[in-house]
Design a protein around this ligand. Structure first.
Ligand code: ZN
Length: 298
């Protein structure tokens, strides 16, 4: 008992140490092409800047206290206002700066469920478990259901909604000419996905989203994941295949009426934990999520 308390204390202090400090955050800029940059701070979602003669277009904006730093990073690449701001989904580490950027003049675009979640519009979405009101100034002013295509800065940017994946309002961005894909949180390199089933996410939807994205891209595609380092098709395929294998294995067990404890005892994820367990979702957590979904489908 003493030992386990000791280990818990160690684990908790390590977690506290590893927690990125927003006060000291610095935004790093990684050039993918002259007009495409990854703006990054490890404590929140990856941002993409598309710049050029048509102005600055930003995908995602992290947390509100970082807006000045993010804008400075944008200006260092390309002077001028942020014309359009897109959210990959509604989570605060991807959309927390909306109000600040709207005040600076950016027009905010997102899937209609992003706005519905921010506006707590129960006619469109089921509420989050503990909804927090978001100021109206932060809400996207242009929304869409399925997707849209941008023709700016020499790129055709295909923006497409994937349903019930990480949440119910996810969109992916594919830059056709430069072969760059921003996945939002539908993909994180080397990590099991977080399926936010309180916000309409689902494992099956996540798998469909991955398969759809994988058909669109090739081995040369540069992938900007929702969090973490730049990735490629092989990384995304490996994550998709691992989740699919686990989904199929759990589905089989659910059909055979194995209990959740019985499934967990089989350690189905043990071969994947070293590769995909570096984030906050471990194999067992994903198995629980798959289990709940499969039981509900029965
Ligand atoms: Zn997210």
């Amino acid at each position: 008992m003493k030992n386990s308390i000791f280990l818990l204390i160690i684990a908790l202090s390590f977690r506290a140490m590893a927690q990125p400090n927003i006060e000291n955050a610095s935004i790093s800029t990684i050039k993918i092409k002259n007009h495409i940059h990854l703006l990054q701070w490890e404590g929140a979602g990856n941002m993409m800047l598309l710049s050029g003669k048509d102005g600055n277009i930003l995908v995602d904006d992290q947390f509100a206290p970082l807006s000045e730093k993010i804008n400075a990073a944008v200006q260092a690449v390309s002077k001028g206002p942020i014309r359009f701001l897109f959210n990959t989904h509604y989570h605060g580490d991807h959309s927390g700066g909306n109000e600040n950027f709207a005040k600076m003049g950016a027009v905010i675009f997102a899937h209609e469920n992003v706005r519905a979640r921010m506006a707590l519009d129960s006619t469109k979405i089921r509420f989050r478990q503990k909804p927090k009101p978001t100021p109206e100034a932060a809400w996207p002013v242009i929304t869409y259901k399925e997707g849209m295509t941008l023709h700016l800065n020499g790129e055709d940017v295909i923006i497409f909604h994937v349903d019930n994946a990480h949440t119910d309002g996810d969109v992916l961005f594919y830059l056709l000419q430069s072969n760059v894909l921003h996945t939002g949180d539908c993909f994180m390199k080397g990590r099991f996905p977080f399926i936010d089933n309180n916000s309409g996410g689902s494992v099956d939807g996540w798998l469909n989203a991955a398969s759809r994205a994988l058909t669109l891209i090739d081995e040369e595609t540069v992938i900007i994941p929702g969090h973490g380092d730049l990735a490629n098709k092989k990384d995304y395929r490996a994550a998709r295949d691992a989740v699919m294998t686990l989904r199929d294995a759990v589905r089989k067990e659910v059909k055979a009426n194995t209990s959740l404890d019985g499934i967990l005892a089989k350690n189905l994820a043990k071969d994947y934990d070293t590769t995909f367990g570096s984030g906050f979702i471990k194999g067992d957590a994903l198995i629980r999520t798959i289990y709940i979904e499969q039981v509900n489908k029965k």
